[in-house]
Design a protein around this ligand. Structure first.
Ligand code: AHG
Ligand code: MN
Ligand code: MN
Length: 333
């Protein structure tokens, strides 16, 4: 007899796969590898300040941003776990300029490609605010065994097999979708496993929280400015609140649970915005839609964007569907 009904992440994925008898089980192994790396990164994050993982690594990444030691460490941990696991044939990462090909004898027959932002919210690492990891899983298009191509890694968001994020917050949680809703698993450090804590998450249809970097206000297009004005000028009855940490994972996670809109618009100095399609926008858009929300660039659905470069950026508006609709109505004038 089971004394309680704790469901581990592994059990959950196995149960989901058993509904698809044709599934090979390889996706479970990808989650096993992601989970393992997440636990290592979690350990390192929790020790930050005690061991030498804070601060700059002394390099800049392909996008010209300062790389932190933890960015680098997380990138290596996820790469290593996914390589040793044997079920991933290539990785694209915010911290890697090109495709990271995995060509070991173990991985030669693997079909999955991972896109990842190994450490999201770098500016918050040194100040002890929540940070995260974001990932997407794609199935390769070219035949197994051949070198992975650009076409394999530059797939539309609608092709994602799975996506998720890990938030290293007041607790450590993994939020995932395999296209059958959104579920969240909290790391129980005493047993060393992620346990289902938030089954079938649905984002509230409407919300009261808007999350945007207000310092860029003067450089936003007028429709976005008008929407921000609308939120700022809400009456007591409507009472919108501004909440912005500067870690997409944390800002997104709060809005997913409480209802809200997360925005990173284009600005006159950054015409495509800041967030990266393959590493940030697509996985979060997939989760948003699976939770009943909407994710758009203001002009089109994020998941329909045709990627042309590994590190391309796009404007992002995602969250409660009624809020995203309202925002779009301002943009469309
Ligand atoms: P990363 O740390 O992976 O580079 O991502 C940081 C991103 C995202 O997490 C966050 O929403 C955004 O940058 C914050 O940017 P601003 O500081 O410009 O608001
Ligand atoms: Mn990021
Ligand atoms: Mn990052």
């Amino acid at each position: 007899m089971r004394i309680n009904q704790v469901i581990s992440l592994s059990q959950f994925i196995a149960d989901q796969q058993s509904k698809h008898p044709e599934a090979s089980g390889d996706l479970s192994k990808i989650f096993r590898d992601i989970k393992f790396a997440a636990k290592i990164v979690n350990r390192d994050v929790r020790k930050a300040g005690l061991v030498d993982v804070l601060g700059a690594h002394g390099t800049v990444n392909v996008q010209g941003e300062e790389v932190k030691k933890l960015d680098m460490l997380a990138n290596e941990e996820f790469k290593s776990s996914l390589t040793l696991g044997g079920d991933c044939c290539a990785i694209i990462s915010e911290e890697e300029e090109d495709i990271h090909h995995i060509e070991t004898t173990l991985n030669v027959n693997s079909k999955y490609i991972i896109a990842m932002d190994p450490l999201d919210g770098s500016s918050n690492i040194d100040v002890n605010a929540s940070i995260g990891t974001i990932f997407s899983v794609y199935r390769r298009i070219s035949p197994i065994g051949e070198p992975v191509t650009m076409e394999d890694v530059l797939q539309k968001g609608t092709n994602q097999v799975a996506a998720g994020y890990i938030i290293y917050g007041s607790s450590t949680m993994m939020v995932i979708t395999t296209g059958q809703g959104v579920n969240a698993f909290t790391l129980d450090a005493s047993i060393g496993d992620f346990c289902l804590s938030h089954p079938d998450i649905k984002i509230p249809k409407d919300g009261k929280i808007y999350s945007i970097n207000d310092g860029n206000y003067d450089r936003f297009e007028s429709g976005v400015q008008q929407y921000v004005d609308y939120c700022r000028n809400s009456t007591v009855k409507e009472a919108y609140s501004a909440r912005y940490i500067g870690s997409m994972v944390s800002d997104f996670h709060r809005n997913l649970l409480k209802g809200g809109i997360f925005m990173y618009p284009a600005s006159s100095d950054a015409p495509n915005g800041k967030l990266r399609l393959m590493f940030e926008s697509n996985p979060m858009a997939f989760i948003t839609e699976q939770a009943g929300g909407k994710a758009t660039t203001g002009a089109e659905r994020i998941l329909d964007l045709e990627p042309t470069e590994i590190h391309q950026r796009n404007p992002v508006f995602m969250g409660s569907p009624d809020m995203v609709d309202k925002l779009e109505s301002f943009i469309k004038g």
